[in-house]
Design a protein around this ligand. Structure first.
Ligand code: GLY
Length: 558
């Protein structure tokens, strides 16, 4: 055997052996310590990462209603260790059958923001309950009732109010006061709870119990469904029993791309995240960004911003629900396509967004939740769940504890007009009955032979750029604590500006960007709540990290 072949065989043996090193410990990072605890409780009872994901999701729906819940939806990206199956469970909300493209326009053809954002008319048909049932049934090892038990217990016994929760209620108080069931769910004797007060959610516990007992029928038909529809219609909503009955989760093949020798597995449409991430990484693959961070950090930021600009332009033009619109996915994620986009990037000049053919549009929002799980078998879950903006529509259906999402705002209510995140959508994302609104949620795995990253975050339109920056940091050789904490910058094509977190980029670097023609907007608040996990396939070590912007240190990460 010649030396080269021998070396190749040796590498193969070593890499195969290295793949055999399973995680020595499970790792979970979520937005709330009670959710992370629940995930570990379920793993300790013999559940796998998918059962744990059900437990984490259900607890978050109780303790973090400002971000996700039974009345919302989400995406679960899964990797099953025993057969390598990778899939995205699309539990995104869906437009009701009575929805139509002009339903949020007044008689003058202007968008009525209140209808889009507040009250039951703002809500799509929820997907989260069906998503949890599907995960449990198709991928879990434990009965659904067991995985939901921690959430039921917490909803009944209560949890202490914490600053983010209280602030969310304060911000939404005017809408909450419109609806008696919302007041019952979120206020104590008619006032905003104080930090540390115990919050019990008996109606929500009853709904979770129905789900535990009857599976999807516990939510999508029977008593709960009747109450949801009755409450919606009484308050001006358009849900019907048939809408709920017809809702189904969809399994979708992920978007795959490669970057620096590793495979990225990420969210397909109706998320825009995976395609945009692939486009940005393909554009950036022409440069050694790790080296550039040392030699010319301003150029690295400039090139990254130019990649963001181009990917977000494509988002606004091409993307929507793939069951309703033809999306040129192959083209958009192809390296040749990125070569074309890269050709218009100058090292020393920003490209004004108006010069890219596209649509017009503004930024942001910081709600939604993300968690990452690695179990000791090597199963992975990267899940981003949402009710859309903070505390969503503010509307709770009487007797159910279910807070309705306001995901209809993720459609383009009027093509060409910005939504709550300043994102513009085109015809591809116009409202149609049964259609799922375009999302930015980007649950992702980075899979190498030597290591695996599980990453994602909330943050509205900024989700995709946060995930990009986290992944670039991973490729710079840093660990999860660094991915989740690094200062963030963002460009979304329109408005044509680089948005900076308060502590992002030093003044010298900002000046160099301005000299290239970039407009800089320094924001007063940080954004995102990234929860990530990592596994060394070489030695089985795992790490998880939760965004220090919001972590309380009480155990969001274990
Ligand atoms: N509701 C935020 C998103 O799905 O992107």
């Amino acid at each position: 055997m010649n030396k080269r072949l021998l070396l190749a065989c040796l590498c193969l043996v070593l890499s195969t052996a290295s793949l055999a090193v399973k995680p020595k410990q499970a790792a979970i990072a979520s937005a709330h310590y009670l959710a992370t605890d629940a995930g570990h409780e379920i793993l300790a009872k013999g559940g796998n990462a998918f059962d744990a994901a059900v437990a984490v999701s259900a607890v978050l729906s109780v303790v973090e209603p400002q971000s996700s819940g039974l009345g919302g939806g989400g995406f679960y990206l899964l990797h099953r260790a025993n057969d390598g199956k990778q899939v995205m469970v699309d539990a995104r909300e869906e437009a009701p059958a009575k929805a139509h493209r002009d339903m949020y326009l007044d008689k003058n053809g202007e968008v009525v923001r209140d209808w889009l954002l507040n009250g039951p008319k703002a809500a799509g048909i929820p997907g989260l309950p069906a998503g949890m049932v599907h995960l449990s049934k198709q991928y879990g090892k434990l009965p659904l009732a067991q995985s939901l038990a921690p959430a039921i217990r917490i909803a009944e016994q209560g949890f202490p109010a914490y600053p983010r929760y209280v602030e969310a209620i304060q911000r939404k108080i005017d809408v909450i006061r419109r609806y008696p069931a919302s007041q019952k769910a979120f206020l104590i004797n008619g006032r905003v709870p104080e930090v540390g007060e115990i919050i019990q959610r008996p109606d929500l516990a009853k709904t979770l119990r129905a789900l535990a007992k009857k599976g999807r029928d516990g939510f999508y038909s029977g008593t709960v469904a009747r109450k949801l529809v009755k409450a919606s219609q009484k308050a001006g909503g358009i849900w019907t029993r048939a809408d709920l009955k017809n809702y189904r989760v969809k399994e979708r093949p992920p978007i795959y791309t490669t970057y620096r020798g590793k495979t990225l597995v990420t969210a397909p449409p109706p998320s825009s995240g995976g395609i945009a991430l692939a486009t940005m990484l393909n554009i950036l693959s022409a440069w050694d960004l790790t080296e550039m961070a040392k030699t010319d950090p301003a150029k690295r930021v400039h090139l990254t911003v130019e990649a963001m600009r181009r990917a977000y332009r494509d988002r606004s033009v091409y993307l929507g629900d793939p069951d309703f619109v033809d999306i040129p996915v192959k083209r958009l994620v192809h390296p040749y396509y990125a070569d074309g986009l890269r050709a218009s990037i100058h090292d020393d000049k920003a490209m004004p967004s108006d010069l890219l053919p596209g649509l017009k549009q503004v930024p942001q929002g910081n709600h939604t939740t993300h968690f990452s799980i690695i179990d000791t078998e090597g199963n992975l879950v990267s899940a981003t769940l949402t009710v859309n903006t903070s505390l969503a529509s503010g509307f709770v259906a009487k007797g159910t504890g279910v807070l309705f999402n306001n995901e209809m705002d993720d459609f383009s209510a009027k093509p060409g007009e910005p939504n709550a995140y300043g994102l513009i959508g085109g015809e591809a994302n116009a409202i149609q009955p049964g259609k799922r609104p375009l999302s930015s949620m980007t649950p992702t795995f980075v899979m190498g032979e030597d290591e695996v990253a599980v990453i994602g975050t909330p943050g509205g339109s900024r989700i995709i750029t946060m995930v990009l920056l986290g992944i670039l940091d991973f490729f710079d050789g840093h660990d999860p604590a660094s991915w989740v904490s690094l200062p963030r910058y963002h460009h979304q094509y329109l408005p044509d500006a680089i948005y900076l977190e308060p502590n992002a980029l030093n003044p010298g670097l900002v000046k160099q960007l301005e000299q290239r023609g970039h407009r800089i907007v320094r924001m007063s608040h940080p954004w995102g709540f990234m929860n990530a996990a990592w596994w060394s396939r070489q030695n089985g070590q795992t790490k998880a990290a939760s965004d220090p912007r919001w972590t309380t240190g009480k155990g969001e990460v274990r």
